[in-house]
Design a protein around this ligand. Structure first.
Ligand code: ADP
Length: 473
């Protein structure tokens, strides 16, 4: 399947870092700008109102002579403060104004600040004039002997506030821009560092997919990536082991099959001579050829049995078949019955010890496979006159067991760890004579494992062996 065009993880992480940084810087910068502007405005408003109060004081002082004295006093005030005061009467008409260019004298002022001041409240308000100037107006009531007689309107230029705000914005943009650039750079480096273990893992997976089973990664990065790396190594190791096992199996199986084929050829070839041969020789060779055929047949049967174990488990799993309850005693009795002729042929006594029924949920065919191989071995490796006993029972902890005990040749301790391996035979010559290829116990162990159980062995050379198959009830 082709992958749609995607960004590498490092790029995605870097973009995420950059986005977060820019958002955080932008947000905090905007907040800072907003708060600073509000503080500047509040300060300006306070000072405008203070100047307004001063002008109102002057107006009250010279109220009796709004023409000459008041205008003069206001003019001095303007020179001191740089603020233009206009005094209005109770109706809002201009009583005194210091401007000579566009004097407002006698005009009715309708500024909201004037109206508020006439209603007794001192307020400020900012406005942009048609000339483009930004001004703050302040309206303050004028009281004389406790009675309101008019109001003062003062106007202050806001250019300084605007400049301060602009400066702040410029500084913020520079600082935030610089920090964002550094953050993006760091983000890219960090993202590459974080993504490196994944990149390595991907390279290893690609190698493995191409059949390089020795591909491994050096685990690194976060805890999840460490686990992933370790998991990958374990998986690759297991794959390597299975592959090795498969190769060995194929080689062993071919070798084992080659032996009877070679024997058959060696037996058949002398019969193809032109010289007249005795019928007895023909018979003898043909008899041996039949035996070799049987041996090859048994080997193929065992190989098929191994393959079927896998297929059977898979088929049952796919069919969702549940294990049915089976009585182990009945299954074992059938196996013993089937092997009685072999035991009789070899002069071995084969008996099933009496006991209670033992019911387990299991695949009866697998149980038969395990027990069949164990009992057959018991009979095969016990000399004539010996005894093979089979017993069935339950353990205390939800386990059932089947024990096959013989009085046969026994197994030397150094071989015990290997007898469950495929094609392993303690005594090749003897095993060959009995027709074994070293697969019986391997099949038994695998079938037992599929049942959730296992096979254990105790043995003493010359005295006999006891194989115990335990499985969960
Ligand atoms: P085989 O087909 O050769 O019997 P198995 O896998 O069944 O192969 O057994 C492996 C080897 O373990 C045998 O070759 C034999 O040497 C030894 N073995 C198995 N069962 C017994 C037993 N009951 N007594 C003595 N040796 C045994």
């Amino acid at each position: 399947m082709r992958r749609p065009g995607r960004w590498p993880l490092a790029a995605q992480l870097a973009v995420a870092f950059a986005l977060v940084t820019v958002l955080a810087l932008g947000g905090s910068g905007t907040l800072l700008l907003y708060q600073s502007s509000a503080r500047l405005l509040a300060e300006r408003s306070e000072s405008v109102l203070a100047w307004g109060q001063a002008a109102a004081g002057l107006a009250a002082e010279y109220w009796s002579d709004p023409g000459e004295s008041l205008t003069l006093a206001l003019y001095r005030f303007h020179q001191q403060s740089g603020i233009r005061p206009v005094v209005v009467d109770r109706e809002g008409r201009v009583l005194a104004d210091i401007t000579t260019a566009t004097p407002l004298l006698g005009e009715q002022l309708t500024h909201p600040e004037v109206r508020a001041a006439l209603a007794g409240r001192a307020t400020t308000g900012t406005r942009r004039l048609p000339t483009g100037e930004w001004v703050m107006y302040g309206g303050v009531p004028v009281t004389l002997d406790g009675e309101q007689v008019g109001a003062v309107l003062v106007a202050a230029d806001m250019g300084a506030v605007r400049d301060a705000r602009r400066d702040l914005l410029r500084q913020l943009v520079w600082v935030a821009g610089g920090m964002a650039a550094v953050a993006v750079l760091l983000g890219v480096l960090l993202a590459r560092y974080l993504a490196r273990p994944l990149v390595r893992l991907r390279a290893a997976v690609t190698q493995l997919a191409r059949g390089r089973l020795d591909a491994r990664v050096v685990p690194g990065g976060s805890s999840e990536l460490w686990d992933l790396g370790l998991g990958f190594n374990r998986m690759a190791e297991e794959l390597g082991r299975l592959d090795q096992q498969r190769r060995a199996f194929v080689a062993d199986a071919s070798h084992e099959l080659r032996t009877p084929v070679a024997a058959i050829r060696a037996l058949a070839e002398p019969l193809l001579t032109d010289r007249p041969l005795d019928v007895a020789i023909y018979k003898e060779h043909l008899h041996d050829i039949v035996q070799e055929c049987d041996r090859a047949g048994r080997l193929v049967d065992s190989l098929l049995e191994l393959a079927r174990l896998d297929m059977r488990a898979e088929a049952r799993r796919q069919a969702g078949e549940d294990a049915e309850p089976v009585d182990l005693r009945v299954v074992v009795a059938e196996v013993v019955h089937a092997l009685e002729p072999l035991a009789a042929e070899r002069g071995v006594r084969l008996e099933l010890l009496p006991g209670e029924p033992v019911t387990v949920r299991a695949d009866a065919h697998l149980v038969q496979t395990v027990v069949g191989n164990l009992v057959e071995n018991g009979v095969k490796y016990t000399p004539s006159g010996g005894l093979v006993q089979v017993a069935v029972g339950t353990g205390g902890t939800g386990l059932a067991w089947i024990r096959v005990k013989d009085t046969g040749i026994g197994i030397p301790p150094e071989h015990l760890p290997h007898i469950f391996e495929r094609f392993y035979r303690v005594d090749k010559a003897r095993s060959r004579a009995t027709g074994g290829a070293g697969l019986g116990l391997a099949i038994a162990a695998e079938a037992a494992a599929r049942l959730g159980g296992r096979v254990e062995v105790e043995s003493e050379v010359g005295k006999g062996s006891a194989f115990t198959f335990t499985l969960p009830v």
